[in-house]
Structures are given as structure tokens and as C-alpha cells.
Design a protein around this ligand. Structure first.
Ligand SMILES: Nc1ncnc2c1ncn2[C@@H]1O[C@H](COP(=O)(O)OP(=O)(O)OP(=O)(O)O)[C@@H](O)[C@H]1O
Ligand SMILES: [Mg+2]
Length: 452
């Protein structure tokens, strides 16, 4: 089960007792809290992890003092919020830290109340920023919806990589939103005014894919009646999205590798070398490591494409996203179909939470669209769901703690124990008496923790 967005907080202080007590408090509140004993260690941590908030001591022995550490943190990760803490706060220091981007300045001894208020304030700020990206990430048609920690982290990474030219490889099952993420990266990048060109490597016949990617000259092959620009040329100055990359033939892989290394290629049937400035984002729902093992995918190409990996979790592993996604699709399809706003019964959500979603968000989207069109009532109920979901309804998922179930379990527990005692804990005899398999009896003993 996933939770809501959980910020990562780092405490940098040479006083171990401050680090420990602050860490305990923050962890008790459910936050991830890391500690570092000096500026250098803190900077390394900010460089390697996504840190949302730093509590930074201003006076520390060793290489970097608080202000120098602050300066470097802001260089590496401008969006990380920093709150300075010190036993000897002066107005000048506070002013200087503020001018360098620190959010606030707290004096020791630290007040629990103030600390928690500050953390809450920063979380709100980070969430607002992430929602803004979600809204900016594409025209209004294509926002990335989700409150789970996983989606929030994806949004943060999108914001980090979008302004760069770093190549991004997006992995994840079908329908998890890989294309949506690729598009958001393009939209938030300085390349957004140029083209976002998508190539589905699986859909194009192998003998045409090179011409599709690199273009061809007139007469290059039978049917090549005129010169045609390939996708790489169309994407010049923009982003090319190579989808389903595991399905490229070995010869195409070799040619793509060369474009990545040299940013140049030739059209099919042409001698002229063409230079392009293209940012490459790729995606696959296959396990590329496995494809490499079985010699279907070049390892060198994998490393070139996979500079920044982004993995989309399947929907069943982030079901906390369901309510917002359902609301989003309901309002969208009710609008499109001129229907009054519909809602779902709370039991529907319980069923959807327990479903495995093999088609992920795409499956959910299509299901909601169908329900909006077909359901005559304003509230969708469990009975309206398609059969594959109705079948997956396990009554125990809807209500695990009914008094009847509890009573049955309690009775079964005592009954089995009594039988075991009467048979002097002989499993074979007890199973025979109960009329069940021995393995089944073992399972039940484990379930009820029945021991001699
Ligand atoms: N987090 C999300 N918020 C809103 N819509 C989403 C989200 N994730 C996916 N979708 C929607 O679900 C559908 C499938 O998403 P997308 O095409 O990006 O998936 P994909 O991972 O590229 O799938 P495939 O591997 O099958 O190509 C799209 O209609 C997309 O808009
Ligand atoms: Mg896709």
C-alpha cells in the first residue's frame, strides 16, 4: 500500500544529539529523516538523494560552515528548502542566509511546535509546486494525476530533468503513463516550442523503420517516389520519443547508437551527412536487462539511452492514486458526454483497490468512460462494474471484520485446537477426524498460530 507524498528531510549538524532528537521527532511524524554530521556529508547527500528540506546548523567545525554548505546545496538543488539553525543567531547571519535562499532561521534550543509548523509549511510549498508542474505538464488535456508518493517523486524528477538535455529512459507496464511523462518532459523543457516527435518502434515494419527514423532520398528503394524527412530531422531542436525501443532490429539499434553518439546520420539511399540537435526520450514495457541477456538489445545502446531512468509503478502498487484518477476521468467523460457529474459508491472503490489492473491507468480510463456512457444513475455501484471486476470481488476485501466472520474464525480456532488435544497432537489423526488434508490443517494451524 502506498502513502501520500512524504518529504525527505536532512538534518546537518555536528551535534549528534540534535541530529538524533530531530530525526526521532520527524520520523515519529511519519517523515523520512536523514542526518549528516558536517557540511561535506550533507552536500553529498543532497547530490545523491531527492531532499526536500534541510535543517542546517550554521556553526560547524571542519571544511564548510553553514553558509558555505547552504551556497553549495542551492547550487546543486535550487528547489531544496533550507532552514538554518544556530545557537548564536545574529541578525546579519540571518540576513545573509536569507539572501542565499534559506527559507528561515531558527534559534536553539529548538521548539518542537515551531519545527513541525515549518515542516508542514514546506510540504505545502513542495506540493503546490508539484501540482503546478502537473498542470503545466502539457496542455490541459494531459495532466499527470496522482497523490501517491511515487507520482509525486516522478513529478519532481520530471522537473529536474526537463531543463537539461539528459536522455531519459521510461520503463513500466503498459498503460502506466510513460508517454504522458515523455510529453511532460518535452513541455517543460526549453525545447517545447519545437516538435515532440513520437516513433513507435514496434508498430513500424522492420524494413521501413530506418527510412522512418532517418528519412530517404528519392529512389532509395522501390516505392520511394520522393525525398522524405525522417523523424530525427523532424525533431530537430525538439524531442524525439522512441517508444517500445526493445522492438528495434539489431541494424536499427546500431544506427540509433550512432545518432546518439554523433548527433548525425545519413538518409536511406543518400550520401549527405545530416546533423541534428535532438533530445532523446525513450520508453519500453519490456525488461531491457533481460533483452540484453538474451542478445536482443545492445548493452552500449542501453547505457546511452538510460542516462536518467524513470520507472512507472503499476497502478495496483499505488492505489492511493485511484480516487483522484477516478474523479478526473469521471469529470472529463461526464463533460464530454453532457451528463451530470457522476460519483462512485464507496464499495466500488474497495473493489477497485483490490483489482490487479493489468492495463493500468489506460484500463481505468476506458472503464470509467464506459461506465459514464452506460450507467443510467448518478452513482456507480458495484453491480455496474464489468464482469472481470465483479468476479474479483472477494467479500473479505469489502468487509474483513464482520462479526460473523470473526465468530467463525474464533470457533474454527477452538475446534481445531480441541481436536488436536484429543488426538494427542497427531496431525494425521486430527486431519482425518476433521475431514481435511494434512497440508490444510498445517495451514490453519499457522493461520491461528496454534502450537502445542
Ligand atoms: N497519472 C496519470 N494521470 C492522468 N492520466 C494518465 C496517467 N497515467 C496514464 N494516464 C492516461 O492513461 C492512458 C495511457 O497512458 P500512456 O499512453 O502514457 O501509457 P504508456 O505507459 O505509454 O502505455 P504503453 O506502454 O501501452 O504505450 C493515457 O490516456 C493517459 O493519458
Ligand atoms: Mg506508450
Amino acid at each position: 500500500m502506498t502513502q501520500q507524498f512524504k518529504p525527505n528531510i536532512l538534518i546537518i549538524d555536528d551535534e549528534a544529539s540534535i541530529c538524533e532528537s530531530l530525526q526521532d521527532i520527524l520520523q515519529d511524524e511519519g517523515y523520512n529523516a536523514l542526518t549528516a554530521p558536517n557540511g561535506e556529508a550533507g552536500i553529498r547527500c543532497v547530490a545523491s538523494e531527492q531532499i526536500d528540506l534541510v535543517f542546517l546548523d550554521i556553526l560547524m567545525p571542519g571544511g564548510f560552515d553553514g553558509l558555505e554548505t547552504l551556497r553549495r546545496i542551492k547550487q546543486i538543488s535550487p528547489d531544496t528548502e533550507v532552514i538554518m539553525i544556530t545557537g548564536h543567531g545574529t541578525f546579519e547571519l540571518a540576513l545573509e542566509a536569507g539572501s542565499m535562499g534559506a527559507l528561515d532561521f531558527l534559534g536553539k534550543p529548538l521548539s518542537l511546535h515551531i519545527i513541525l509548523n515549518k515542516v508542514a509549511e514546506v510540504i505545502q510549498k513542495v506540493e503546490r509546486r508539484n501540482t503546478r508542474i502537473a498542470e503545466e505538464s502539457g496542455d490541459f488535456e494531459r495532466p499527470i494525476i496522482g497523490t501517491s508518493q511515487q507520482i509525486q517523486e516522478i513529478l519532481t524528477k520530471i522537473r529536474q530533468v526537463a531543463p537539461t538535455n539528459g536522455r531519459v529512459l521510461i520503463t513500466g507496464e503498459s498503460g502506466t503513463g510513460k508517454e504522458l511523462v515523455a510529453y511532460a518532459i518535452h513541455q517543460l523543457s526549453p525545447r517545447h516550442k519545437a516538435a515532440f516527435v513520437k516513433v513507435n518502434c514496434a508498430a513500424i515494419p522492420q524494413d521501413l523503420i530506418e527510412s522512418e527514423l532517418f528519412g530517404h532520398e528519392r529512389g532509395a528503394f522501390t516505392g520511394a517516389l520522393a525525398r522524405r524527412l525522417g523523424k530525427f530531422e523532424q525533431a530537430d531542436g525538439g524531442t524525439i520519443f522512441l517508444d517500445e525501443i526493445a522492438d528495434m532490429s539489431p541494424s536499427t539499434q546500431a544506427k540509433v547508437l550512432r545518432v546518439l553518439e554523433e548527433q548525425e546520420f545519413e538518409r536511406v539511399g543518400g550520401g549527405q551527412t545530416i546533423h541534428v540537435d535532438v533530445r532523446v526520450v525513450s520508453a519500453t514495457n519490456k525488461d531491457l536487462q533481460e533483452e540484453i541477456q538474451s542478445d536482443n538489445f545492445r548493452e552500449d545502446l542501453y547505457y546511452r539511452l538510460n542516462v536518467v531512468p524513470l520507472h512507472m509503478l503499476p497502478l495496483r502498487e499505488r492505489v492511493t492514486d485511484l480516487p483522484l484518477l477516478i474523479e478526473h476521468f469521471l469529470s472529463r467523460f461526464c463533460g464530454e458526454n453532457q451528463k451530470p457529474n457522476m460519483t462512485i459508491h464507496e464499495n466500488v472503490l474497495k473493489v477497485l483497490n483490490g483489482y490487479s489492473w493489468p492495463g493500468n491507468v489506460r484500463e481505468l480510463r476506458n472503464m470509467v468512460e464506459r461506465l459514464v456512457i452506460l450507467c443510467p444513475r448518478e452513482t456507480i455501484e458495484v453491480g455496474d462494474l464489468p464482469p472481470e471486476l465483479n468476479r474479483s470481488v472477494d467479500p473479505s476485501q469489502i468487509d474483513t471484520e464482520t462479526p460473523l466472520r470473526e465468530a467463525k474464525n474464533e470457533f474454527e480456532h477452538r475446534f481445531i485446537r480441541n481436536c488436536l488435544e484429543t488426538n494427542d497432537w497427531n496431525i494425521t489423526e486430527t486431519a482425518k477426524q476433521l475431514g481435511i488434508e494434512r497440508t490444510n490443517l498445517h495451514r490453519k494451524m499457522r493461520q491461528y498460530d496454534i502450537k502445542r
